[in-house]
Design a protein around this ligand. Structure first.
Ligand SMILES: NC(=O)c1ccc[n+]([C@@H]2O[C@H](COP(=O)([O-])OP(=O)(O)OC[C@H]3O[C@@H](n4cnc5c(N)ncnc54)[C@H](OP(=O)(O)O)[C@@H]3O)[C@@H](O)[C@H]2O)c1
Length: 247
């Protein structure tokens, strides 16, 4: 199905993990896809090659999105190259897990700047373009942790809760321009982010998940592509793809 043919998408943090699968699935549906990464150039270039092998255009752009000027520049580079931006997926994210007793100012700022500041910056830059087009689909990757909280993740939970509130507000302001803004809230998903968690804790986590297993990044990506391709009348929502870990 090539229902995104002619559309231009940006996926942040797409050198691996969930973002890589989002980028590939958007390309499978026919979109030209610009991917972003922070440091892993060879992996970013490889994803761009995989996208081009699907018969669409791709760009791999290095940018540290914790810095707002770099986040804005990412959007500008894609627009300068392809002349439109239809879909923005804000996926880049990090964790710096510690209980509040041990959390440092740097742990707080790194996570808030990367996970939430980047979403503000890319959105503020892309909105001008999407308003002019009278079309846009923005999908922000949050987490069930932004809904439920999680021990040792005060910084991450605050950043992801902030994304949900930001998403709803932007959806209200942008609806009249045919720009939809939604959030996808994954549960525990098998990527390098989850590999950082010790094995004994991973076993405890699985015991908490009603479906009894971690999510796969492909499963998160499918919900993103649904919103991008078929979510014309869906805005301001958070869609949970979490195996039932939060209801
Ligand atoms: N995995 C889970 O269990 C889970 C659950 C809920 C929500 N999420 C959310 O889903 C999203 C993707 O997570 P993931 O598990 O796929 O993570 P991941 O495997 O750790 O990949 C993170 C991606 O983000 C990029 N990135 C990190 N910091 C960046 C920065 N400052 N500027 C630009 N790019 C940056 C990385 O680029 P490099 O490769 O260059 O470092 C990489 O492409 C995140 O927002 C995460 O919070 C994940």
């Amino acid at each position: 199905m090539q229902d995104l043919k002619g559309k231009v998408a940006i996926v942040t943090g797409a050198s691996r993990g969930i973002g890589r699968h989002i980028a590939l699935q958007l390309a499978q549906r026919g979109a030209d896809v610009a991917i972003n990464y922070r440091s892993r150039q060879s992996e970013g270039d490889e994803v761009a090659r995989e996208i081009e092998a699907l018969g669409v255009r791709s760009l791999a752009i290095q940018a540290d999105l914790s810095k707002m000027p770099e986040a804005r520049s990412l959007v500008d580079q894609v627009y300068d190259t392809w002349g439109r931006i239809d879909i923005l997926v804000n996926n880049a994210g990090i964790t710096r897990d510690k209980s509040m007793k041990k959390l440092t100012d740097d742990d707080w700022n790194d996570v808030l700047d990367t996970n939430l500041g980047s979403v503000y910056a890319t959105c503020s830059e892309v909105l001008k373009i999407m308003m002019e087009q009278n079309f846009g689909r923005i999908i922000n990757i949050t987490s069930f942790v932004g809904q439920a909280g999680n021990f040792g993740q005060a910084n991450y939970a605050a950043s992801k809760g902030g994304i949900i509130a930001f998403t709803k507000t932007l959806a209200l302001e942008m609806a009249r321009y045919n720009i939809t803004v939604n959030a996808i809230a994954p549960g525990f998903t098998e990527t390098e982010m989850l590999e950082q968690v010790p094995e004994n804790i991973r076993e405890q986590i699985i015991a908490r998940i009603p479906m009894g297993r971690f999510g796969q990044p492909e499963e998160i990506a499918r919900a993103v592509v649904f919103l991008a391709a078929e979510g014309d009348y869906i805005t301001g929502q958070q869609i949970n793809v979490n195996g039932g870990v939060y209801m």
